[in-house]
Design a binder for this molecule. Structure first.
Ligand code: PLP
Length: 313
């Protein structure tokens, strides 16, 4: 028998101000819950480092906008905050980190439409360890393949019921894309649209950098660094990590840009990254077998972005 992974569950329950802790080794959902039968719901994943949730407000805001896109009426943000606090504290007490550097907890906020005919959604927090593989990929970098996402960049506006900018529980397509990438020997994927634009990873935002040294004509040189991400209204999930990193990068003197991007922009970049709340910044070594930039510049720029990103609350 395999042991269940260390997990803490905290349900949002009006009878429990700080959330109701539930036994993760026991069934906790009704088999008729619409989250289980239809994938009808929304979620968020955030990282707690040293017991503190990163970008809490941004995640709560995005949970709210995803819920609105699905007409789900969810509890107010303070209720979520208290339950998140309970989940992180319970997890760290039950499963203390072996060292401060490993004190990372993955916190998922989950909402389903509830059981058929229910008046209110089912809401809970799941706390679990951060995957060692993700932490490794921050260091080693990843190889990715480009995969067709099957819609064009106008689809989200033309067909809002596709819920393209919402973080819904229907992630089977994203997980299938990851498995497909693994079968090709890659670590991850970057989706492209049918009109040839770069979109996002199955669980991450795409970033690229260009570094240029400009001669000012008076004998000295100036280095311009540009950080670019696909345009946000192209049917992708607006990333909380990208948003927070852009703010830090701007303050540090980087120029910022928002698509549209085509695959050649990735191949021509000095560095490409997949960025997300749990794995953080993963440098892309190869796309479809082609090396991106040079290892030395990739390493230098990744270190720079990691330093900026570490300062995010
Ligand atoms: N795009 C998709 C499809 C995602 O699932 C995620 C995160 O899980 C992201 C982008 C990155 O979002 P964030 O930086 O808020 O984690």
């Amino acid at each position: 028998m395999t042991l269940p992974a260390p997990t803490v569950l905290v349900f949002l329950d009006p009878a429990f101000e700080n959330g109701r802790v539930a036994d993760s080794s026991q069934p906790q959902l009704m088999a008729t819950d619409l989250g289980a039968t239809r994938g009808d719901g929304v979620f968020e994943s955030l990282l707690a480092v040293g017991g503190k949730a990163r970008k809490m407000q941004a995640h709560l805001n995005r949970l709210g906008s995803s819920a609105r896109a699905l007409d789900l009426n969810i509890p107010e943000q303070d209720t979520w905050r208290r339950a998140i606090g309970t989940a992180i504290a319970e997890f760290r007490e039950a499963y203390p980190a072996p060292s401060p550097a490993e004190d990372e907890v993955v916190v998922k906020l989950l909402v389903t439409r509830g059981v058929e005919g229910a008046a209110s959604p089912t809401c809970w927090i799941q706390a679990s360890p951060s995957p060692a593989g993700s932490r490794r990929q921050r260091e080693t970098g990843i190889d990715v393949v480009l995969l067709d996402r099957g819609f064009d960049t106008e689809a989200s506006e033309r067909a809002p019921w596709l819920l393209l900018g919402a973080k819904t529980l229907s992630y089977a397509v994203n997980m299938a894309a990851l498995r497909y990438a693994h079968k090709q020997g890659a670590d991850d994927a970057i989706f492209t649209s049918t009109d040839g634009r770069v979109l996002e990873g199955p669980t991450s935002t795409v970033l690229l950098a260009h570094v240029e040294t400009l001669d000012d004509g008076a004998g000295s040189a100036r280095t311009v660094k540009r950080l670019i991400t696909p345009q946000l209204d192209s049917g992708i999930l607006p990333g909380t990590s990208q948003d927070a990193l852009f703010a830090k990068a701007k303050a540090a003197g980087w120029e910022l840009g928002y698509g549209p991007l085509i695959p050649d922009d990735l191949f021509d970049a000095d560095a490409v990254w997949l960025i997300s709340s749990i794995r953080l910044i993963a440098p892309v070594n190869h796309i479809d077998g082609k090396e991106i930039g040079t290892p030395a510049l990739r390493k230098q720029l990744t270190a720079e972005l990691n330093e900026l990103f570490a300062g995010i609350e």
